[in-house]
Design a protein around this ligand. Sequence first.
Ligand SMILES: *[C@@H]1O[C@H](CO)[C@@H](O)[C@H](O)[C@H]1NC(C)=O
Ligand SMILES: *[C@@H]1O[C@H](CO)[C@@H](O)[C@H](O)[C@H]1NC(C)=O
Length: 497
Amino acid sequence: MEPRGLGDRLGGLAALVMVVLAVLISALVFNVSGNLVFPVSHKFNGREGASLSKFKAHDDRRHARILKATQNAVDMVLGGNGHPTQDGLYFAKLGIGNPSNDYYLQVDTGSDIFWVNCAECGKDCPTSTKIQGVKLTLYDRNSSSTSEVVRCSDKFCTAYGEDHEMAKCNKPDDKCSYLIQYGDGSSTSGYFVKDEVQFQKASGNFETSTISAPIIFGCGTNQSGLLNNPNVAVSGLLGFGNANITLLSQLAAAGKVRNKFAHCLDNSKQGGGIWAIGEVVEPKIKYTSPMVPNSLHYNLVLEKIEVGSDVVKLPTSGGGGGDVSDGSSYQNEAIFDSGTTLTLFPPELQEQIVDKILSKEPGLQLYKTQHDEFTCFDYSKNIDEKFPIVKFTFKNSASLMVYPHDYLFQLDEGSWCHGWMKSQSGSSEPPVILLGDMILSNKVVVYDLEQQVIGWADHNCSSSIKVKDDESGSDYAVQYHNLASSDSSGLLGLFNF
Ligand SMILES: *[C@@H]1O[C@H](CO)[C@@H](O)[C@H](O)[C@H]1NC(C)=O
Ligand SMILES: *[C@@H]1O[C@H](CO)[C@@H](O)[C@H](O)[C@H]1NC(C)=O
């Protein structure tokens, strides 16, 4: 199974050394067991049958800009990595309850709900994990003085029920329950509760202070699939999707933050990165493209894909897109999804891209990993010199470059695999274009829900960014975090940058 050789949590400097060791040892583990299965996360929640009232809510939100002096920038402490052979996911740490405990939650722009594993769960929730930097704690509402159960009569429950499947809601007094299924086959169910959640607000350069707000989130009582797999389990999931019931929407509606966030996912050896709520002022965002109106997810119109100097032929109908609102033509759309490790394309498109990339270096001996998951080859030269850059162009001439070190990953020394995968059409959904961590890493990606645009700029995600603090009118530096190697924020705080 997931070949994470040394799963034990290690603190301090030892962890840094162990990460390197773990990579080496995991390579041995594959060969010995010959059992190669990767923890490739795909937390995209398609949400079939969403209702139209949802779309109206989007429009309302677009026009409602609440500007209050209390709006802060929030620094979400990050860990994890997008390596398919390691964690395959990014997570943030949040304090919940009174007294507060820390929870480690996968951060996902492809789904909406924020939930944690609850104490009632018993065996139906994970009790151990091999992900470094994660400590699993079950949320026990009986031991938090501020915990409340959300009922079916609550406004939140009605809004949730409008575009998500509800488990059951017969009487107004019933608990508001949920059931969510994700693209990797995992699922979660439970009921909603409200409690105090602690955030780190940016209060100076590389400085934060704790604020809290009552937030509605799911108390998970049953997890299946990767969510209950001890190799890749986390405490829960933090949906940053494009719905108005997310943690971000709740905070924005309360006037605590701006309705915008950004991430910078580090995909170098160490992982971690930056995830911040608020407006990014540095680096300057180079490209922006409008979100497709009335979409359930973060969709952008994809106009062109080039592999080196070759133009890829895009579909003119079928999956991965939608009809332009006047029905006159077809457009390709790509979804930005941090909860998916790799990149998913409709099969014909994936084949074209892979053929064009691999043909640049003729004579490669290709082989498949077990269960045909990945296509790999041995290569000892510099991949960034020989393989082409893949360039995506979105509406508004917004170009996004994907370098060989972003789309190829190392299986072990001298052997590389590519991360372009085929999306399968589900029972009722056509195959989609999903851009996961592989494409989203090593750049600042901003999701501006007020202006309804997504933007990006290449950036070193192990450095820092600057965010605007509306309260003081100042710009503050927010730094890189990596929970796997003991967070460095304490250190920087000491040196007082
Ligand atoms: C979300 O939208 C629904 C309507 O679809 C509305 O009733 C609800 O108040 C909205 N919630 C927030 C937090 O804006
Ligand atoms: C990224 O930034 C970190 C921290 O400032 C630095 O140590 C590292 O060398 C930088 N990486 C690159 C590729 O510039």
